[in-house]
Design a binder for this molecule. Sequence first.
Ligand code: 13P
Length: 251
Amino acid sequence: MNRKLIAGNWKMNGLRVDLQTVREIAAGLAASTAAPEALLCVPATLLAEAARQASGTALCIGGQTCHSQEKGAYTGDVSAPMLKEAGAGFVITGHSERRTGHGETDEIVAAQARAAVNAGLTPIICVGETLDERTSGATLKVIEGQLTGSLDGLEPNSFVLAYEPLWAIGTGKVATPAQIAEVHAFIRQFLEQRFGKPGQTVKILYGGSLNPGNAAEILPISNVDGGLIGGASLKAGDFLAIYNAAAALTV
Ligand code: 13P
């Protein structure tokens, strides 16, 4: 079984006062090497300090997006080498809030993910369908299209995937275990066809209203290798409860 990865996405939340939450989460993680991996993707302004405070603990720190170029005239953007230097180990790419709010296409997402890998980061590449796409029966086609485009030029052991149905993000609506199992199995099959055996061990995270109340039901689902958590990652107690639900599966 893949070691699970429990990842928080703080989105545009977090001031210096919230570094206390980083410390509390770092202090609450298990020391064992079989324990789940834990990651917080914090705003770029907090990254260096969060990484400093997490250093020497099992907690990894990540960014939430990166530009596809290493440097240049891209006002307001952050490059992968910048995130790496600030202490990141991971970066989210292609989150639906970037795809829809910033026009990031599959091609752009793939270029960002390649830039991340080149900088020594592990990209967490997000895919997911809208409610309209689900109700019209297009979910698997949409996911297939996103995977085909967003993984272009990547090696199988260099990235993590996250399935985040858009209608489950920040809504309190969670995909049913059957819906999650179906899409994760489809993604696994896609990865095996594309990469062969190494496709079997690419981590596939579920994201979308994951919380302490549903983690124990979702995390054991076949091909669910962890979670990408928004709202519930802002509270140390909630994040650690989800982490502990994952840890309970590994013992
Ligand atoms: P919520 O957990 O708040 O639904 O957010 C999910 C998400 O978008 C994580 O990237």
